[in-house]
Design a protein around this ligand. Structure first.
Ligand code: CA
Length: 370
């Protein structure tokens, strides 16, 4: 193997961007350095602060990665996945492996002097429109929901908007008339032709989901996300098959086998997340499954820096990109950690041409926040 790509060190770090950030607002980053000093960066899902994934990286994955060839990322992924399968195989383990995979692709691109999208087979597009993903609406009134949506709509000019509920997961069908009223008010705000999506965050019964879904069809929403609990795959499939509106799911799906289960149940738009399952390698496997089954791939993605960038590289290479990319966090609160990273520009992102992921990390600033 080329000396330059032998892994020398693996670091896992939780970054707190501003004092008082709750765990979910922090970032779970991984830096992998080769013997030649090439550094790749990856990111895991920050669920509960990402410490579970970072712990697995530090304690379990790092010792096996040091000395291995960074370019063997797919072999390393499957070896480490199966070695630690009883820690998962869902959630923290796949988040840890996703962060490692993204960092190893960054190294591969830097070692070969090529952007990741080129290594994946070339780009169908270099500019990718995004949708503003706006959470927390379960706890807002109709007027508050409209105000929050209006602020991002006017400021960013996104290609579409998704309103998320983020309610109490232990309750079902809590306020169906109120939910429909919010969907209606947002439709009125943006006009008949603007693309809107509704994310229930798993809060309806099958019957409740059908009722809300019918209302969304009337209002011209283009997709209805996770209407029922993600772990109830049969119910998700039933809702997807009974409604005319496109029902999406699978942001909480962590293996390709589980993705196939969701598709076989009847879901026709899936949303695996690059920092939760498989990283770049895993998302490309999902793309092949979607292509084979005629299913829309619209990845879930809430992290505004490395996760977003890795996702954009994959989306650049997907032939049938039917929906904009997700973008949840437009405030720029992590900017200090990066000298260059794609920023939203009039509802679009430009995929960079630099080697690897094509970003420049401001490591001093990141280290101040660990
Ligand atoms: Ca969602």
């Amino acid at each position: 193997m080329a000396a330059s790509t032998r892994i020398k060190s693996v670091e896992a770090m939780q970054v707190t961007w501003a004092s008082g950030d709750p765990p979910g607002r922090r970032s779970a980053l991984v830096k992998i350095t080769t013997e030649d000093g090439v550094a790749g960066w990856g990111e895991a899902s920050p669920m509960q602060g990402g410490l579970h994934s970072l712990g697995i990286v530090e304690r379990d994955l790092a010792p096996a990665l040091v000395g291995a060839d960074a370019l063997d990322h797919a072999v390393l992924y499957d070896r480490l996945f199966h070695r630690h399968i009883k820690l998962g195989p869902e959630g923290a383990l796949t988040g840890a492996l996703a962060a490692v995979d993204i960092a190893l692709w960054d190294i591969k691109g830097k070692a070969l002097g090529l952007p990741v999208w080129k290594l994946l087979g070339g780009a169908w597009r270099k500019e990718i429109p995004y949708y503003a993903s706006i959470g927390g609406n379960a706890g807002r009134t109709v007027d508050e929901t409209v105000r929050v949506v209006e602020a991002r709509w006017r400021k960013e000019n996104p290609a579409a908007i998704k309103i998320r509920w983020d309610g109490d997961r232990t309750r079902q069908d809590e306020d169906i008339p109120g939910d429909i009223a919010k969907a209606k008010a947002v439709r009125k705000l943006v006009g008949d032709d603007f693309p809107l999506a509704f994310d229930a965050n798993n809060q309806y019964s099958v019957g409740g989901a059908i009722r809300v879904g019918r209302a969304l069809e009337e209002l011209g929403y283009i997709w209805f996300e996770e209407p029922v609990q993600h772990y109830d795959v049969r119910a998700m499939g039933e809702v997807a098959q009974r409604l005319d509106i496109t029902v999406s799911a699978a942001e909480q799906t962590y293996t390709v086998q589980a993705l196939v289960d969701m598709v076989e149940a009847g879901v026709r738009m899936v949303q695996p997340d690059i920092v939760k399952m498989g990283g770049i390698t895993g998302l490309m496997q999902c793309a092949a499954i979607c292509y084979a089954h005629g299913v829309e791939l619209v990845p879930h993605q809430t992290q505004p820096t490395i996760g977003n960038l890795a996702n954009l590289h994959v989306l650049a290479t997907i032939m049938h990109l039917t929906k904009p990319a997700e973008f949840a966090d437009a405030g720029g609160r992590m900017d200090a950690g990066f000298r260059s990273i794609p920023k939203p520009d009039n509802g679009r992102f430009r995929v960079p041409d630099g080697p690897g992921l094509g970003m420049e990390v401001n490591e001093d600033e990141i280290r101040k926040r660990i």
